[in-house]
Design a protein around this ligand. Structure first.
Ligand SMILES: Cc1cc2nc3c(=O)[nH]c(=O)nc-3n(C[C@H](O)[C@H](O)[C@H](O)COP(=O)(O)O)c2cc1C
Length: 174
């Protein structure tokens, strides 16, 4: 009962969460490791993203949050084709490359890709790749939330996955 009363506070009573507190909290929210790619009139681009989540099954939709300050952002803001490639330990170095300051062509040169039906690069050997079309976007603070309708799915069976937790990659067995 006390807990319920504590939660039942007005918005005015909520304390401010600092950037450091947010970062420390998010660091221990484990997430899958995804290399999210796009191609189209805005050019080919990709970045490593853990901010990927299921939205609804009907229509099959996921969301991706892209920092508008990243070098990949202009392409994601222009193109309609997006692929979410969830990776395993075999692509640990690739995930670091797509999470760093490496030029786009060098990132893509390190792996094999095939275009999805929507047009974005699908990573050969990914745990799962979601072939998507962006249906809407929302600007929230520093990030653009992309709502992506899934038009195809490719899986590599029996492939271990990676989780990002406490600022490190962890292997998840099948
Ligand atoms: C494990 C991990 C998860 C990340 N998650 C996200 C994310 O969800 N959204 C995002 O915009 N950037 C995320 N990043 C950062 C981008 O990958 C990085 O900013 C991007 O590659 C930018 O580099 P650039 O501006 O040099 O191209 C993540 C990085 C790592 C290593």
């Amino acid at each position: 009962m006390d807990d319920a009363m504590t939660l039942n506070t007005s918005m005015d009573d909520l304390t401010h969460v600092s950037l450091d507190e947010f970062r420390e909290g998010m660091a221990v929210l484990a997430g899958a490791v995804n290399i999210v790619t796009t191609d189209g009139p805005g050019g080919r681009a990709g970045l490593t993203a853990s901010a990927v989540c299921s939205v609804t099954a009907e229509p099959p939709t996921l969301l991706v949050c892209v920092n508008r300050g990243s070098s990949a952002a202009p392409a994601f803001l222009t193109n309609d084709a997006v692929a979410v490639n969830t990776v395993g330990p075999a692509h640990r170095d690739l995930a670091m490359l797509f999470g760093g300051k490496t030029p786009m062509d060098e990132r893509f040169a390190q792996a094999d890709w095939v275009p999805g039906s929507a047009g974005a690069p699908m990573l050969t050997g990914a745990v799962v790749s979601f072939d998507c079309k962006v249906t809407s976007r929302a600007a929230v603070g520093s990030h653009e939330v992309l709502f992506c309708e899934i038009v195809g799915i490719a899986r590599t069976p029996d492939t271990p996955a990676l989780a990002y937790f406490a600022r490190k990659f962890h292997e998840l067995g099948v």
